[in-house]
Design a binder for this molecule. Structure first.
Ligand SMILES: Nc1nc2c(c(=O)[nH]1)N[C@@H](CN(C=O)c1ccc(C(=O)N[C@@H](CCC(=O)O)C(=O)O)cc1)CN2
Length: 297
């Protein structure tokens, strides 16, 4: 029987545990605050940011919501980040990606105070992760580690194949999988658009992580019986319904399900975990900044 991994349920459990951390910080007058900055040409970004704000509200994290016009100069965004860096009441900053073409995303990431960088995309935080002593783990790959743990999937000694080499998912996922730590110790291959014969790589895997941003790139014919399949893709494809689109993963769910021992759906798999781990990092950021210990899940 294939297990359908319920990301909403695992995320709900994590939110419940984080609620007591938030209350403990708040009882010391240090209620965590997350600032979200939205200047994104992707219509989906507004939805993601508002979901993140709702999650914060649910567990008692305060939010600051900044929206910047798409055609505003880069200096507007940089001044916003500077102000949030300097604001002692703000513990965590997130600039939703993608940003418009006239903004240098690298400059954005380098501008955010690394202690408030709850996406963990600042070079200092990336460096710490690569070196093996992460301050914050990037939300999506951390969420995947938590999903695998909740499903009792052992990574140690397993062959993990990641399809996609993005800054947000592919690269940090590989770094977490190769760490000498729980949820790591996997023999890890990173595939990408120039990989020859992708199917020959995915067929060798015990765990496949689809994170290429290509709808239904990975199908059942590319998998071996018993593989654990984690689908990171959240692609909006045109559909004849009220919204005008439907969400499709990087994995062809129906055919992959026939081979997988466990598989994440889209929606309801990795997406809710990305949001839950943002809350986790916001709580951790507040704890680090205030020297108040909390017991993170
Ligand atoms: N600054 C960041 N930008 C982006 C990140 C990120 O981690 N940090 N990741 C992605 C998008 N993303 C988070 O921002 C994200 C995408 C989707 C979901 C989610 O919960 N999806 C739901 C379905 C939502 C829907 O109905 O459209 C699901 O899969 O069930 C959460 C976070 C790019 N940008």
């Amino acid at each position: 029987m294939t297990e359908i991994i319920d990301g909403n349920a695992v995320a709900e459990g994590i939110r419940e545990e984080l609620t007591s951390c938030v209350e403990s910080l708040a009882s010391d007058d240090e209620r965590p605050t997350l600032a979200t900055v939205l200047m994104s040409p992707d219509p989906a970004s507004e939805t993601y940011v508002s979901m993140k704000q709702n999650d914060c509200e649910e567990i008692g994290i305060e939010t600051r919501d900044v929206e910047i016009d798409l055609d505003a100069p880069a200096s507007d965004l940089f001044e916003t980040i500077d102000d949030l860096n300097a604001d002692d009441d703000v513990n965590a900053i997130l600039v939703q990606s993608p940003v418009p073409d006239h903004i240098d995303y690298r400059e954005v990431l380098e501008r955010i105070d690394p202690l408030k960088d709850v996406d963990a995309f600042h070079p200092e935080n990336v460096g710490r992760l690569v070196a093996g002593y992460p301050r914050y783990k990037p939300c999506t790959p951390h969420g995947i580690q938590q999903l695998l743990a909740a499903t009792d999937v052992e990574t140690e000694g397993k062959d993990a194949v990641i399809v996609g080499r993005s800054r947000i998912v592919g690269k940090p996922m590989a770094n977490l999988f190769i760490q000498k730590a729980p949820g790591g110790n996997a023999t890890t291959t990173v595939c990408h658009s120039r990989t020859d014969d992708l199917a020959s790589k995915t067929r060798e895997a015990d765990i496949v992580v689809g994170a290429a941003g290509v709808p239904e790139l990975i199908d059942g014919s590319m998998l071996t019986e018993g593989t654990v399949v984690i689908d990171v893709g959240i692609n909006r494809v045109d559909a004849d319904n009220e919204k005008g689109y439907e969400l499709v993963g990087d994995v062809d769910f129906e055919s992959a399900k026939e081979k997988a021992s466990a598989i994440t759906p889209v929606p309801g798999g990795v997406g809710p975990m990305t949001r839950a781990m943002l809350l986790y990092n916001t709580v951790k950021a507040t704890s680090l900044q205030t020297d108040i210990d909390v017991e993170l899940p």
